[in-house]
Each structure stands twice: as C-alpha cells, then as structure tokens.
Write a protein that binds this ligand. Sequence first.
Ligand code: FAD
Length: 342
Amino acid sequence: MTPTMTVRENVSLLPYNTFGIAVEAACFAEVASVDELRTALRSNKLPVLVLGSGSNILFSKDADALVLKNSIRGIEVVRRFSRKVWVKAGGGEVWHDFVLWAIGQGLGGVENLSLIPGTVGAAPVQNIGAYGVELKDVFVKLEALDLETGAIRHFSKAECRFGYRDSIFKREAKGRYCITSVTLSLTQKDHRIHLTYGDIKKTLEAEGIEKPGIADISRAVIRIRSSKLPDPAVIGNCGSFFKNPEVKREIMERIRERYPQLPFYELPNRPTHVKVPAGWLIEQCGWKGKRVGNTGCYEKQALVLVNYGGATGEEVKKLAYAIIDSVEQALGIRLEPEVNIL
Ligand SMILES: Cc1cc2nc3c(=O)[nH]c(=O)nc-3n(C[C@H](O)[C@H](O)[C@H](O)COP(=O)(O)OP(=O)(O)OC[C@H]3O[C@@H](n4cnc5c(N)ncnc54)[C@H](O)[C@@H]3O)c2cc1C
C-alpha cells in the first residue's frame, strides 16, 4: 500500500455528499492514481462504490461497501488539429475547475456546462447537460478500470450509449467501472456559441454584450444558476431530483384538455413523444416550497429537493416517492428520479 492512500473503516460520508446526509461507509479510501485504485481493491471483499463529489447520490442508509473517492487529477492536451484539440482530464478533477481551465486556455465547448457540481469522471455517467449542451456533444472517449478484473478498458462515444441524463454506466455497466479519465474535443477557434436556451441571451443583453465569447457565456450561466439553484454548501441538495419525462403526444394532449398551459418541448429524434418539465408538474400538485420534516421541495425550483438540516436519506426518499405518486395520480405521468438513490 502506498503511504498516501489508506483504507479506513466506519468513515462518515457527511462531508462527501452534497445532500448532507449523515451515513457511514464500512470502508473508505481516497485514490489519487490508477495504482492506488488497484491497491485499494486488492484485498477488498465488499461491494465497491465509486464516489466523485457526491452531488448526484442520495444515501438512504449506511454504505456497506468500500467507498472509493476518486481524486485522480491531471489535465493535458493530447492531440491538436487545425480547429480543435483533444483534452484528457483525470476522473477526479472537479468539473467546474476543468471548465474554467478550458475557458482560460481559450478552448470552447463546455462553457454552457459551467458550475455543474461534481467530477469529470462522473460527467459521462449521466451525460451531464445544461443550457442546450450535453457532455456527449464534446465527448471523444474515456478510460475506466474494471472493478471486477482490474483491467483498463476504453469506451468510445458509441459504446457509452449516451441518452438524456443516461449512459451505459447507469444501465448494463452500472457499478462495474471506475472512470479514470475522459477525453473531450474542444474548439480553439470558431467556437459554436449556444445562446438560445434559458435566459443566457437576456442576461447578456442586460449587460450590453452583443457578440459574446465563451467566457461571457460561462459568466452568464454562472450568474443564472447561482440565482436559481440552492448552493449545496448552504442548503443540502442534489440539483434536479427528477428527470423531465418524455411522454406520448396523445398523453400530453389529454393533459392539455385540463391544463391548457402545460409547457412541452418537441423531441427532434422522437416525434411521437414530447418532453414535459417535471418541475411544472410538481408545482401543479402543490409541492413547490412545501416542507416535510427536515426536507422539502425548494421554493424557487420544484425539481430540487432540499435538506433543511439533519434530514435522513430515508426522509428525502419518502418525500421523493410521495411526489412521484401524487404527480402520477393527478396527471397520469410517473416521474423518474435523476439522482442515484442508494
Ligand atoms: C446544485 C446542483 C446542480 C446540478 N445541476 C446539474 C445540471 O445542470 N446538469 C446535470 O447533468 N447535473 C446536475 N447536477 C447533478 C450532478 O452535478 C452531476 O450528476 C455530476 O456529474 C455528479 O458528479 P459527482 O462527481 O458528484 O458524482 P457522484 O454523485 O459522486 O456520483 C454519481 C454517480 O456516478 C457514479 N460515479 C461517480 N464517479 C464515477 C467514476 N469516476 N466512475 C464511475 N462511476 C462514477 C457514482 O457511483 C454514482 O452512481 C447538479 C447537482 C447539484 C447539487
């Protein structure tokens, strides 16, 4: 075992999850390299849970597992083309720090994904997305360690099977790999600027910026997100708790007979379905701003469940399923959690 890495027993996970849930891991180690990862796994008999920043996990009970906190760092340009570069980043890099690094280097493609909490290694797991951009738009490949065999495996974009907040790592390969690095293709010039989603354009116009660059977009996204989403350092949460459901067009039309103001978005690749904002559905059922014990539905954004202090994971989970049942009874749509409930 290397002197920098130790496997500890009965470790509190309170500092390692943004919901601020006080549970323990049977065993815990922070790994800063693939070698340390292999060392931690060598004599382990427990199930393994790879943890990034814990910003998309709700612990409903103690983790009877070896929890491996991924702290594998490093960012390097690995290939240069005339317009683009490929950048390889360690799975334990903080995602937002990576975004700021890219902008500092004048590299475009991830600016709309500014301020998303979490690590680079977790970003492909749910194909993180915001303000009209998803990780898959810049993704090239990743390297992962097979937790069963210890072998390194490479995944191409097609092999990751990215979908909306989804990938193979939430399905067939769930829990099987630790993503150790991710390679992204970023633009050096002629950046594609995505302005149309959310309030980006409005925010920039208010600042008098007519021809925004990537740094302007990042600043606008940071400003919008900070005004809408609760800061986990202040109030425990995991961002959007539920996915926006994709429903059959007939179902949307049936709901619109009762709620003509129901918003929906077309899905270019799935014309039989439309996407409906889960926050709107939850709000119609009267949950927005409602507090239940130490947990509740955030007053500014119904999609976000929060921990007002001292909530248990079981409490949050119960609230989540009460919301799911109530939306289904009232509107006939069953919401799915986006957060990983353990
Ligand atoms: C305030 C707030 C706002 C958010 N906004 C957004 C948003 O706009 N868009 C969005 O997509 N998400 C958003 N999220 C969710 C979250 O930021 C992302 O899902 C992020 O990618 C999670 O990263 P993490 O390192 O915290 O993962 P964790 O929560 O630690 O882990 C999440 C899952 O991935 C697995 N995992 C983690 N690291 C690895 C790895 N290296 N290899 C294999 N599996 C791994 C874990 O086992 C777990 O199943 C938000 C969260 C918060 C708190």
